[in-house]
Design a protein around this ligand. Structure first.
Ligand code: AMP
Length: 203
């Protein structure tokens, strides 16, 4: 963006099987939507994301299950899989929704809504945002998901470049030149981060 990282407020939306959002203020992580475990924050492929803790007691009592099974349900059978009843894979959800499956459409809507809601809270926490980044399997490959989420960012002055949004597999700006907040697709490179962290730990 032609500016030092210290001057930038960035919201990174990592959307894959596991999904999380990170607020990066001046190059440092201010907040991130996962917690003690990856279960919290956004609803994911199979993880529930944020929920009212009272739900745990309610379901455990209703179905006479223990805490281990409850956590297994929240980790492996919830999220868009649980809501749709179809799949944890967004390609299957897109196909099912296109064929009129209402639960698949609801799961997709829920996911878009949550990304917008958490990203919006981070824009508030940082008192603004200069750039929003989409990454990981869904963020890099699903132009429809990106377009649906970007619709929520109109209040930030975000304008989507429809043509640029069709590109895949490369670093690309998908907002228009006059968009107040810039939007990028940047492929995830988790291996590089793991290698750097390992080097720093053992070095
Ligand atoms: P990751 O965990 O980053 O490897 O992301 C994997 C997820 O990306 C899959 O479960 C799919 O839901 C999603 N994905 C991959 N390709 C596409 C696509 N073309 N459209 C929508 N979702 C996709």
């Amino acid at each position: 963006m032609g500016k030092p990282i210290e001057e930038l407020k960035i919201i990174s939306c990592h959307m894959g099987n596991g999904s999380s959002i990170c607020a990066i203020d001046g190059g440092k992580c201010l907040d991130t939507s996962m917690g003690f475990t990856p279960l919290v924050g956004l609803p994911m492929g199979t993880r529930c994301g944020d929920l009212d803790a009272g739900v745990i007691q309610f379901i455990m009592n209703k179905y006479s299950i223990g805490i281990d099974e409850m956590l297994n349900i929240l980790n492996k059978k919830s999220g868009v899989l649980g809501v749709s009843g179809v799949s944890s894979d967004f390609r299957d959800l897109d196909n099912a929704a296109a064929e009129g499956n209402e639960r698949a459409a609801l799961a997709l809507d829920m996911f878009h809504y949550w990304v917008a809601k958490v990203a919006g809270s981070y824009a508030a926490a940082m008192n603004g945002v200069d750039a929003i980044v989409f990454t990981a399997g869904i963020g890099e490959n699903s132009k429809d998901t990106r377009a649906e989420i970007v619709k929520y960012f109109g209040y930030l002055g975000v304008k989507l470049d429809e043509e640029a949004n069709k590109k895949r597999g490369e670093d690309v700006m998908i907002s228009t030149a006059d968009s107040k907040v810039k939007v990028f697709v940047i492929p995830t490179n988790e291996e590089l981060v793991i290698a750097r962290d390992t080097r720093d730990i053992v070095g």
